[in-house]
Design a protein around this ligand. Structure first.
Ligand code: PLP
Length: 388
C-alpha cells in the first residue's frame, strides 16, 4: 500500500530522544522545549514561540488571548479540518462559516461583504445584525499549505477591530513572495499563528503544536495559560483557569531533529508536486491545486480537482479505483457548516465550497515517497481514465 502520509524520521530524532532518556529529562521541563521554540521562531521569523501539546490547543489558547468571550462570534472557513471550529466552541463562542476561493482558502471578498453588509457598530462593538453577537476574530486557515491572501484580511482586521488567528497548522515552511508580505512566512502576519506537529504534518513530534506572536506580553500569557496558570509555584496560587497544554521534552527533542530537515523537506515536497504535475499533464479532466501567484506553498497535500464528465470518474470513484491498486488517497473534509454540532450556525453565502467539495482528491504526499511510487500513482490514474 502506498500510504497517504507517513512521518519521515531520518535525522537526529533517535539521538536526541536517547539524550532525554539518558539524562532523565522527559517531561515538560528540559532544554529541548526551549530549543524547539527558538528554532520555530528563527525559522518563521516570529518574535516569540510557545510550544504546546497540539495544534488544537494552540488555537484554543490563541482564541482566549484574542479576547474571544462567551457568546462572541468568530469567522471561520467551512473548508478546513474541524479543529479550529471546535476551538471556537471551547471558548463558548459561535463560528460563522465563510466560503472559499479558488485555492480552497477563505474568500476575503466574501468576508469583506459580510462585515460591511451583515454587521453594524454598536459603540466600539462590531455586531452581527442577525444575531446581535459581537464579532471578535477571524481564523484564516492556510488550507493544504497554500498561503491565504492575508493582505485584505489584515486590512479588514484594522477597519473592524478584529483579531486574526492564522491556522498555519498545515503550512509550516510556506511563505509570501509578492505584495506587502513578500518574504514573510505563513503564521507570522496575524496577531497569532498556530502550528501543528501531528504525525501527518510536514514535520512531526508525534503530537505537538506552537503559538507564535510578535507580542512579548501575549507570549508570556500563552506560556502561563499552557502551564496551569501558576502565580506562585510554592504556595500553589492560581489567579486564572490554566491548562495542562505544555509539550514534553521528548516530543520537543524529535521536533529539534525534524527542524534540521525542514528546508530539505519543503524542497522535496515541491519537487514531488512537479513530478505529479508532469505525470498527470496529459490526463484530461484533471488539474492539481497549485500555489497562488503571490505565495510559495510547502505543498503539504497534492490535491486533484476531478472534472468527472471529462475524466470519466468522480473523485469518489477514482478513490475506490486507487484503493484497489493499493494506493491511499483522501477526499476533502466534509464542509463544517454541515457537521452535526454546527449545522444550526450561520453560514454566509457558501457557493464555491459546495462546487469544489465534490471534485477534490488528495494523493500520497509523504516526504519520503519514492519517485517510482509517484509514477505508479500517476499510471494508476491514467489507467482509470483510459478504461472509461
Ligand atoms: C492538523 C490541523 C489542526 C490541528 O492540529 P493538531 O495538532 O492535530 O491538534 C488544526 N487545523 C488544521 C487545519 C489542521 O489541519
Amino acid at each position: 500500500m502506498i500510504p497517504l502520509s507517513v512521518p519521515h524520521l531520518k535525522g537526529n530524532e533517535l539521538k536526541y530522544v536517547a539524550d532525554c532518556v539518558e539524562t532523565e529529562w522527559v517531561s515538560s521541563a528540559g532544554q529541548y522545549v526551549g530549543r524547539f521554540e527558538s528554532e520555530i521562531a528563527r525559522y518563521t521569523g516570529a518574535s516569540h514561540a510557545v510550544a504546546c501539546v497540539n495544534g488544537t490547543a494552540a488555537l484554543h489558547i490563541s482564541l482566549l488571548l484574542a479576547g474571544v468571550q462567551r457568546g462572541d462570534e468568530v469567522l471561520v472557513p467551512t473548508v478546513t479540518f474541524i479543529a479550529p471550529v471546535n476551538a471556537v466552541n471551547y471558548v463558548n463562542a459561535e463560528p460563522v462559516f465563510m466560503d472559499c476561493d479558488d485555492h480552497l482558502n477563505m474568500d476575503p471578498a466574501k468576508v469583506a461583504d459580510f462585515l460591511k453588509n451583515e454587521c453594524r457598530w454598536e459603540g466600539a462593538e462590531l455586531q452581527n445584525k442577525k444575531t446581535g453577537a459581537q464579532v471578535r476574530a477571524i481564523i484564516p486557515v492556510h488550507v493544504f499549505g497554500h498561503p491565504v491572501d492575508l493582505e485584505p484580511f489584515m486590512a479588514l482586521a484594522q477597519t473592524y477591530n478584529l483579531k486574526i488567528i492564522e491556522d498555519a497548522t498545515e503550512s509550516l515552511g510556506s511563505s509570501y513572495i509578492k505584495g506587502f508580505y513578500a518574504g514573510k512566512k505563513t503564521g507570522t502576519i496575524g496577531h497569532f499563528g498556530c502550528f501543528s506537529f501531528n504525525g501527518n504534518k510536514i514535520i512531526t513530534t508525534g503530537g505537538g503544536g506552537m503559538i507564535v506572536t510578535s507580542n512579548q506580553g501575549l507570549a508570556d500569557r500563552a506560556r502561563y495559560l499552557t502551564t496551569q496558570a501558576k502565580d506562585d509555584e510554592e504556595l500553589f496560587v492560581h489567579h486564572s483557569v490554566g491548562y495542562n497544554y505544555r509539550l514534553t521534552n521528548v516530543q520537543a527533542a524529535i521536533g529539534c531533529a525534524q527542524m534540521e530537515k525542514l528546508d530539505e523537506s519543503v524542497e522535496t515536497k515541491r519537487r514531488h508536486f512537479r513530478a505529479y504535475q508532469e505525470g498527470l499533464k496529459d490526463v484530461s479532466g484533471l488539474s492539481l491545486l497549485a500555489e497562488p501567484a503571490y505565495g510559495r506553498s510547502n505543498y503539504w497535500y497534492y490535491t486533484l480537482m476531478v472534472d468527472s464528465k471529462m475524466f470519466g470518474l468522480s473523485n469518489k470513484e477514482l478513490r475506490t479505483h486507487l484503493k484497489k491498486e493499493k494506493i491511499d488517497s483522501k477526499l476533502i473534509w466534509m464542509l463544517n457548516h454541515r457537521q452535526r454540532p454546527y449545522q444550526d450556525c450561520q453560514a454566509y453565502r457558501i457557493e464555491k465550497a459546495d462546487q469544489l467539495y465534490d471534485t477534490c482528491l488528495s494523493l500520497p504526499c509523504s516526504v519520503g515517497i519514492a519517485a517510482q511510487e509517484i509514477s505508479q500513482v500517476c499510471e494508476a490514474i491514467q489507467t482509470a481514465h483510459e478504461k472509461q
